[in-house]
Design a protein around this ligand. Structure first.
Ligand code: FAD
Length: 291
């Protein structure tokens, strides 16, 4: 376990980046999790006309300007996916496939997860359903598992799993050519449901059923209440008040994750509010500790 951060920010889209720069302005020790490209939704936009000061720019150009901004403020993106967040009383523990981080406050800015979970997904989470192949591969020694891949990067996770498991099926949900270990069966089909009473027994696809002991769902964003147990949500969105505070003390949220309109400038504005609220929360906590 390393140092305890003041604020951990989950997500490097406009909401997370804005939270990071505002936390930095307030001299907080922060860690920002996300990806080097910042946000898939940012770089995909062809032309953005509604972000103040960026008329007619492409998402790529905006992303480049955001990169320059965080670089100038000496903010780095830690390229790790958070798989679970645990409320530990007066701090949060954040799990990644390689270890744990700790922070006194957290800001959830991981974007919105569209679509409902598969039937069986929530019920069998931890009993064969997993969101991280490299974290849980060791449980599949001599067993069969299916991996639902959402982008090319997920192929590495399937390869890792194939070194341990007896049989791995890979079901890509994207168009690009799949290049995985030859031991893996690539199946072009669509997942429908996860089956099993107390543990996973099969993955139902449109055209067939695969008898498996585990199903790895590698979506870019995991539903917020599955990421943070105990978090209050309304459908796919985290419930917040005007300070962007959630029902968990010290846990704030901003951007698409809290609901529409799904817009860059709204996400950035909420990131600003969330960071300032997190700073007030930390300052109050420190004052109380001093007595
Ligand atoms: C094609 C397209 C065009 C668009 N055009 C416009 C437009 O013109 N104008 C406009 O205002 N809006 C536009 N939008 C909407 C805009 O993209 C979103 O509203 C905005 O990106 C939301 O920002 P965010 O920071 O909340 O989330 P996102 O930008 O989705 O960022 C989420 C971040 O969280 C990270 N993340 C997710 N899960 C985890 C985890 N477990 N651990 C660590 N990191 C994690 C992701 O890697 C990503 O960095 C467009 C969207 C699309 C898809």
């Amino acid at each position: 376990m390393g140092e305890r951060y003041d604020i951990a920010i989950l997500g490097s889209g406009p909401a997370g980046l804005s939270a990071a720069i505002n936390a930095k302005v307030r001299n907080k020790n922060l860690i920002l999790f996300g990806s080097k490209e910042l946000s898939g939704k940012l770089v995909k936009a062809h032309e953005v006309n509604n972000y103040l000061g960026f008329y007619g720019k492409s998402g790529q150009e905006m992303a480049a300007a955001f990169q320059e901004h965080i670089k100038a403020m000496d903010i780095q993106v830690t390229e790790e996916k958070i798989t679970n967040v645990y409320a530990m009383g007066d701090y949060y523990a954040l799990a990644t496939k390689d270890g744990m981080y700790e922070a006194d406050a957290i800001i959830l800015a991981s974007g919105v997860v569209f679509g409902k979970p598969f039937p069986g997904e929530k019920e069998l989470l931890g009993s064969g359903v997993s969101y991280c192949a490299t974290c849980d591969a060791m449980f599949y020694k001599g067993k069969k598992a299916a991996v639902l891949g959402y982008n090319k990067k997920d192929e590495e996770e399937a390869d890792f799993l194939a070194q341990v498991a007896d049989k791995v099926y890979y079901i890509p949900t994207y168009k690009e050519e799949v290049q995985v270990d030859e031991k893996i069966d690539v199946i072009e089909d669509t997942a429908v449901a996860i089956k099993g009473d107390t543990a996973v027994t099969a993955l139902e696809l449109k055209k067939q059923e695969l008898p498996v002991d585990g199903v790895f769902i590698l979506r870019e964003s995991v539903a917020a209440d599955q990421l943070v147990p105990g978090l209050e949500v309304d459908g796919s969105h985290v419930v917040v008040d005007r300070t962007m505070a959630t029902n968990l003390p010290g846990c704030f949220a901003a951007g698409d994750i809290v609901g529409p309109p799904y817009q860059y400038i709204k996400a950035a504005g909420e990131g600003n509010v969330a960071a300032l609220s997190a700073v007030s929360y930390l300052d109050k906590k420190r004052r109380e500790k001093k007595g």
